[in-house]
Design a protein around this ligand. Structure first.
Ligand SMILES: [Zn+2]
Ligand SMILES: [Zn+2]
Length: 255
């Protein structure tokens, strides 16, 4: 694997390891490009701070640290500074305005929480559900985000853990794949999901993405430096792509 743009750090409060430890691990396994994409801070009302995201006040230090490592490791590995962000329609504009003051090179869209974590009606798409309204809400929200903002790619598109009717799964996820393709946005086979045996990557989704001709990226989604070294999980991601019928030339960043 040549490039990984999906890595977290201790700053999001649910990952471990300093930026330097991730850089050292990435060099050790032979990456040429390492992108940091820790969980973005959000401009919530009333000064609310999420307990599992970077705090707003940590943002300056995060970018300063990554950019200084970029200089230090120049010639050994190419380092990029980005963020993984949720699409919270109510706070998106304010959050982007806040981030505009920082040298953020890219945003990865990762929708772990619907509609946002402080509002009634919010839910976690990763929890199993047979409620088609949740699947619909997830696909519509992610689609709106892709059409509204330019992202590097869509992380774990298959996160919504739908246990209901296969026809509904096909209908809504096919819609998501078509929107991603129309927006020219790659979809990610997520290695963290493989390494921690989550419901994603979901073969049902990857068969649809293969049929729809989506561009694909493999993302480590490292939450520890050790996870960066998990070559076995990376090979499984390639096997999933192959089983789904996704040809290697449609997978970005592998050579
Ligand atoms: Zn995380
Ligand atoms: Zn992530």
């Amino acid at each position: 694997m040549h490039a990984n743009y999906h890595s977290h750090t201790w700053r999001c409060h649910h990952a471990t390891g300093t930026e330097r430890e991730y850089v050292e691990a990435a060099i050790e396994v032979g990456f040429d490009i390492l992108g940091f994409s820790d969980h973005s801070p959000y401009v919530f009302p009333g000064g609310y701070c999420s307990g599992h995201r970077m705090y707003m006040r940590q943002t300056a230090d995060y970018f300063r640290t990554v950019l200084s490592l970029r200089e230090e490791y120049r010639g050994k590995i190419e380092i990029h500074a980005g963020l993984e962000i949720e699409y919270y329609p109510k706070f998106f504009k304010e959050t982007l305005a806040f981030l505009a003051d920082y040298p953020c090179e890219y945003l990865i869209l990762g929708q772990h929480s619907m509609f946002n974590e402080i509002e009634s009606g919010a839910f976690w798409p990763g929890s199993p559900t047979s409620d088609v309204r949740r699947l619909e809400a997830y696909v519509n929200t992610v689609s709106e985000a892709m059409e509204r903002e330019k992202f590097l790619y869509l992380a774990h598109p298959d996160l919504l853990n739908f246990t209901g009717d296969g026809k509904d799964y096909d209908f809504w996820y096919r819609r998501l794949c078509r929107t991603a393709k129309a927006c020219d946005l790659p979809v990610e086979i997520n290695i963290l999901g493989i390494a921690t045996r989550r419901s994603y990557p979901d073969m049902r989704f990857w068969r649809i993405a293969a049929e729809e001709g989506n561009r694909v990226v493999i993302g480590v989604d490292a939450h520890s430096p050790a996870q960066m070294r998990d070559r076995n999980a990376y090979e499984k991601a390639e096997a999933i792509a192959a089983e789904a019928g996704i040809t290697p030339e449609r997978i970005l960043g592998i050579n």
